[in-house]
Structures are given as C-alpha cells and as structure tokens.
Design a protein around this ligand. Sequence first.
Ligand code: PEP
Ligand code: MN
Length: 340
Amino acid sequence: MIIVMSPEHTDSDVERVVERLGERGYGHHISRGEERTIIGAIGAPDHEKEVVAGQLSVLPGVERVVPILKPYKLISREHNPRPGTVKLGEAKFGAGQVSVIAGPCSVESQEQVLQTARAVKEAGAGVLRGGAYKPRTSPYSFQGLGREGLEFLAGAREETGLPFVTEVMDVRQVELVAETADCLQIGARNMQNYDLLKEAGACGRPVMLKRGLSSTIQEWLEAAEYIAAAGCLDIILCERGIRTFETATRFTLDLSAVAVARRETFLPIVADPSHAVGMSSLVTPMALAAVAAGVDGLMIEVHPRPDTALSDGPQSLTPTAFKELMPQLRAVAEAVGTQM
Ligand code: PEP
Ligand code: MN
C-alpha cells in the first residue's frame, strides 16, 4: 500500500507512520516530491493489510492510504493467469467454449421438468436449471418444492443425461443439495451471505455465483473469493442484471461487467438475460449480445407452458423459441471466435 501524506504534514507525522509500519512488520520507502510526500509500505501479511490501512488512514498528516493489490487473490488473473474452465457433465464453460444452461424458473412437477429437459437438450443445451428452493419477494408466492423438486431434477438428469444446477438459499440446505446437484447456485439475493458462500465453497461441488442486484463488480469478485478461500475454484460467475433507474426492463443487464470480470479473473462468466430483462421478447437480443461480449455461457429460463408457470412465466421462453434461439447464438459465437 501507499500512504499519501497531506500537504500540511510534518516530519513527526512521517516518523509516526514509519514507526507504525515497523511495529506491524512492514518495511518502508519514503519519496519526497515538491508538493507531496508518499510512503510505500513493503511486505506484510495479506490478511493484515486492510486493517493496517484503516488504522494508518486516521493518523495525523495522512491524507489517504491506497492499496496496491486487489482484494481478491485466488480468483485473480494476477495470481493465476490460466484460462479457467468449469465442467458440468459434458458441458464446458470457458477457454473459448460457450455452454447453455436452460430450464424452468421453478421446478413445478416431474412432468414439467422432464418435458423441459428433453426440449432444451434436443435444442443443444448442456445443463438443466430449475429452482427447488425459491427466493421470492413475497412470502405468499410459490416457495418451491424443496426436496421433492431436487428429486424431480435428478429424475430428469437420469433420463436425459443433462447435469443440473439449482439454488441453495441457506446453509442448512447445502448438504442435501450437494448430494444430488451437479452445481450449486448462489442467487443474487444471497451473494453477500458469507456463511452460505463458505459452506457452498466447502461442499465439494462447483458453484455458480450470481451477481447481487445492487452489487459492484468488486463486491461480486470478493464474494467469489470467499468460495475460493473455502476450497472451491470451480466457480462460474453469473451476471444477471443490476438495479438501475431504468424501469422498462426488470433489471439492467450489465454486459460491461462481463468484460471487466474477464479482465480481473480467470473464472468463467455466464450471463442470465432472462432475469435481467424480465420479459421473453427481450431475451433473444440480450442473449445474442452477451455471446458477442464473450461470455462463457448463458442461463436461460424455458418453460413448456409459460402461461401456467408458477414463477417468472413472463420471461420464460417456450421450447420452440429456445430452439430458434440456439442456432442464432451459435452464429454469433462463431463470429467472435468462440465455440458453442
Ligand atoms: C434464479 O436463477 O432462479 C433466480 C432466482 O435468479 P436471481 O438470483 O438472479 O434473481
Ligand atoms: Mn426465475
């Protein structure tokens, strides 16, 4: 970190900072310019940096403390430049391979999941999705089938061979979900549920981490770092739209976050246009745009009868619309040098 002294600082202010750094095991390097003095702090344990930076920032004569290293390490390109891939069954996310996760918002019945799984598989999806535990805004909305929903997803996997991703909302669900699911989804509303991130990171399954609806890219990446620090590097990041002032769509799909996350981390990044736009007519253009922006995958809600869906019907594609979308996605993928 670098400590920038204020223009009015005194020599004893500098001495105090240097003394503090010494006490915490840092070396230092003082650079005195015409107008400013800056002190470089050298070499100390990572886990102490944030707290030491906070303490130094309130010393007399200190204007600000600037961290040099990113607050995430295990998932950063700096730390590990290899292009990461995460495999779910046969589906590969990353290193130029784009895979599609598709399925209903909520698991509603064995028949509904089976029908959707067959249709999305035939159209070329590599992974099935479906919520058994649903984070609903209203306590009176359908809350998901829970354990039974997981069984229906497993049944669909058995028949179609598609692996599935499903959400865990609470640490108490992790063990059960990890027993059957191929990948645990942490939903937008739980992105900063740190105990859940730790538990999911330690469960031995890949984790898909959705970006919080009002979270910065840095907060999203720091949340992913929690999962990595708990032992899991098979993490897929999912941009699913953020809150903005715009009301024409449900959220605003932040495709620049895909490019920024790509720069910062080797983890594969997928986009979920369904939850971002909130209406089926806008899913296709935004899915195409996401592939053009270089995502490693997409998550798309598909329901055999959106007009009967218990959640997110308005944004769900019919199997027919999904089937029409897939070749368009492939064409864009090819144009930008990725494979689908
Ligand atoms: C979902 O994918 O089922 C979901 C609830 O999405 P989000 O957490 O992005 O709102
Ligand atoms: Mn949904």
